[in-house]
Design a protein around this ligand. Structure first.
Ligand SMILES: Cc1cc2nc3c(=O)[nH]c(=O)nc-3n(C[C@H](O)[C@H](O)[C@H](O)COP(=O)(O)O)c2cc1C
Length: 222
């Protein structure tokens, strides 16, 4: 018995070591992939015209709990602040092309940051933060999805007194893209400043000079 153990641990050490390394590597891969959701490619298509979307846009605060598919989510995120040109520029304009918008998706399985260049979601919290995004407006808390829009002023090449204004303006463009894309995709939303900023700052790992400004509950109208 001792001999078998001895031969495995001593004589076959390099093989055992390789197996251990492989197991560690595979475990790491599983952990990393659980933290990243690769979204389907956005369709960038809707039968509704821009003018029909403008005609229909209205704030909705009463949502059914019907889930939103990853395809629809991908279409919505691309419209919000996806890449629309080969040079990496976005569907929403940003001051000096600073691309300071950081967009978060909060849903039942946790909170994620949208990474436009990879069309993916990277997990930032395992918690369902929807009630915290809803804040005192508990009536919207059952929306299947919340988008939280921030402006990270650290991405400006130079910060000035004017930076906060530019960040807020840029968040507004993304918010309007979300409003119109929701109409085109058969979804409803409302732009809101209300939210539990203290909890979200901690859970979404918001950094200094990253402005937490607007959120959108998104869902199908009840
Ligand atoms: C910057 C901004 C902040 C808002 N904050 C809230 C909010 O905290 N809660 C809410 O229910 N609606 C909020 N709204 C939605 C407005 O109340 C709504 O747009 C307005 O009543 C006009 O209605 P409409 O969007 O249907 O045209 C906000 C809108 C904007 C543009």
């Amino acid at each position: 018995m001792f001999r078998i153990f001895n031969s495995l641990t001593i004589n076959n050490f390099p093989i055992m070591k390789k197996i251990c390394l492989l197991i560690t590597f595979l475990t790491l891969c599983v952990c990393i992939s659980a933290q990243t959701v690769n979204l389907p490619a956005p369709k960038k298509d809707a039968s509704m015209t821009l003018y029909q979307a403008l005609q229909q846009r209205a704030s909705v605060r009463d949502f059914s709990e019907k889930a939103i598919s990853d395809q629809i989510l991908s279409d919505l995120l691309w419209a919000a602040v996806g890449i629309n040109r080969p040079d990496g520029r976005l569907t929403a304009p940003t001051a000096m092309n600073s691309q300071e918008i950081r967009l978060y998706v909060c849903r039942t399985d946790g909170a994620y940051e949208y990474i436009a260049k990879d069309n993916s979601l990277v997990k930032v919290s395992d918690k369902d933060l929807r009630a915290d995004v809803a804040g005192f407006q508990t009536g919207v808390a059952n929306a299947p999805l919340f988008l939280v829009i921030t402006a990270d002023l650290n991405r400006y090449s130079r910060k000035s007194d004017h930076s906060k204004v530019m960040g807020a303006v840029d968040v507004g463009y993304v918010s309007q893209n979300i409003c119109l894309a929701c109409e085109a995709l058969g979804l409803s939303t409302v732009p809101r400043a209300t939210m539990n900023a203290e909890v979200l700052t901690k859970e979404l790992k918001i950094v200094e000079d990253q402005l937490l400004l607007i959120n959108h509950p998104v869902g199908y109208k009840k």
